[in-house]
Design a protein around this ligand. Sequence first.
Ligand code: FAD
Ligand code: NAP
Length: 543
Amino acid sequence: MANKNKNENGANSTSLTEFDAVIVGAGFAGMYTLHRLRGMGLSVRVIEAGSDVGGTWYWNRYPGARCDVESMQYSYQFSEELQQEWEWSERYATQPEILRYVDHVAERFDLRRDIQFDTRVTAATFDDRTSRWRIETDDGGQFSTAYCVMATGCLSSANRPQFDGQDSFTGPIYHTGHWPHEGVDFTGQRVAVIGTGSSAIQSIPVIAEQAAQLIVFQRTPNYTVPAHNGPLDPAAVAEVKADYAGFRARAKRTPTGNLFEVGGRSALAVSAEEREREYEARWRAGGLPFLAAYADIMFNPVANRTVADFVRNKIRAIVDDPTVADMLAPRNIIGCKRICVDSGYYQAFNRDNVSLVDISETPIEMITPEGVSVAGQVYEFDAIVSATGFDAMTGALLNIDIRGSGGLALRDKWQDGPVAYLGLALAGFPNLFTITGPGSPSVISNMLPAIEQHVNWITDCIGYMRDKGLARIEAQPDAEAAWVSHVGEVADMSLRSSCSSWYVGANVPGKPRVYMPYIGGVPVYAQKCEQVAAAGYEGFALS
Ligand code: FAD
Ligand code: NAP
């Protein structure tokens, strides 16, 4: 049987249904997996729901969207030529610039010819008899493949809270993660933003400049650090490029795969004046390194409070209205929810056309035809921006009906939360791999190197299977259980697991609360993966 190939760039109008590997998703993870597996001589098909490559950066086109890991580090390192030839223009690249980079990669490595766009994978079923996966798509397509690589993204399944009456709203409701490609002109409009996570914090200052009136509905305030974004210094870029491999190697040795100075001392081992100087210097430098000032910030609540207090004081100094400043000042552990990196977020609340509504005690009651109703008051809008985030880490996988050996459904296996071996594989689901899955550093680290490390491991594993003439690899339940328990133990040692964040699934009603990423650090994790492979894939059964 042949499938229709909807890829305009593809050479074929029909395609084979038998592949060595099917990859689901054409973001950074799926693109690199395709490049590697094709280079090994495998027949590969990528299936992507969007109309082009880029994943996160294809979908998240909201105003102000950009990376918060520095561009020189938020990029592939697998090709020295690629990293030498690409020129980032800013410290933190904008979404359009990242998409241009993605396009460049797709062209340079001729990726699109093996990607089927506008197609959603709906089911994946393992056949114990043939040790192959059957992949089904929303257009009726069926594929048979020896290996299935889920490159479906950790932050790709939108969280859309269902407010009563929302279909009655007469204006548009936009989700930041599904932003219209043609852009949105808010000029002269009354706009609501629901949410105050990273997406909201990036978009609010930009929307505020356009809109006639902007009202932000805040359930939980977030800590954010200034980006101090700007053009990259050509001399600094040249210095990195003179030894990009060395730069990347140093980054790999850091806990989050991000090269910046990580303080080794306790925040409580220095005087209050010294701490203040350190926080001030890091605040002025900007970005995520701010939280790495001292070693115990994420482990000791007293140390954590010193830095949280510093940010709260900054908010009070920046925001003119003390009541608004107080509402914006978070009270919880800093870094428990992911900290944000902003360009003028707190300053936006000094504008006459921006106001804040606290919905922590009185949630949004309903959406009416005119706008948003809270505590009996209806706020009228022309447009609503839902910056409500994602069903993170598990959402995109559970959207697919994945059935492993003996018909085991992933939805059943993960009923009480995700269980996976190294975030790479699942007991009961042979020949299926997940990129940056639960139980790996993933979203707690710089995602580009995390993705590349997983892709290298998975493709090496497939190469090993081929060289040894093996057909089936499956994580063993005891190895999986031991890893999951280790992931939980490490999480419990940190303050990161102490609040209602999307890391624990708290943002999605009914989602089991499990701390999903592995926070033991990138070096420890990478070493464990290497040991497993070197020992002939310890913890896996191969046949
Ligand atoms: P994605 O880019 O999410 O790609 C997954 C793809 O799979 C999507 O295109 C999706 O359409 C497709 N897909 C999913 N399910 C199916 C299906 N059933 N059928 C077919 N296709 C499917 N990380 C950082 O390290 N630094 C940053 O600065 C940073 N900034 C971010 C900013 C935003 C706004 C967001 C949302 C995330 C950010 N991240 C950042 C995390 C980001 O998701 C990763 O860095 C990275 O882009 C993920 O790549 P991926 O290929 O794994 O997944
Ligand atoms: P998010 O961090 O989950 O924030 C969602 C916001 O919506 C929160 O403020 C949340 O409040 C609120 N919310 C959710 N449901 C709600 C409801 N029913 N009623 C009212 N408010 C509700 O999502 P995000 O901002 O899209 O960011 C997700 C992740 O993507 C980030 O943490 C980061 O990893 C990545 N990202 C990175 C960047 C970047 O700077 N490069 C930009 C965007 C996203 P509560 O906090 O109370 O749940």
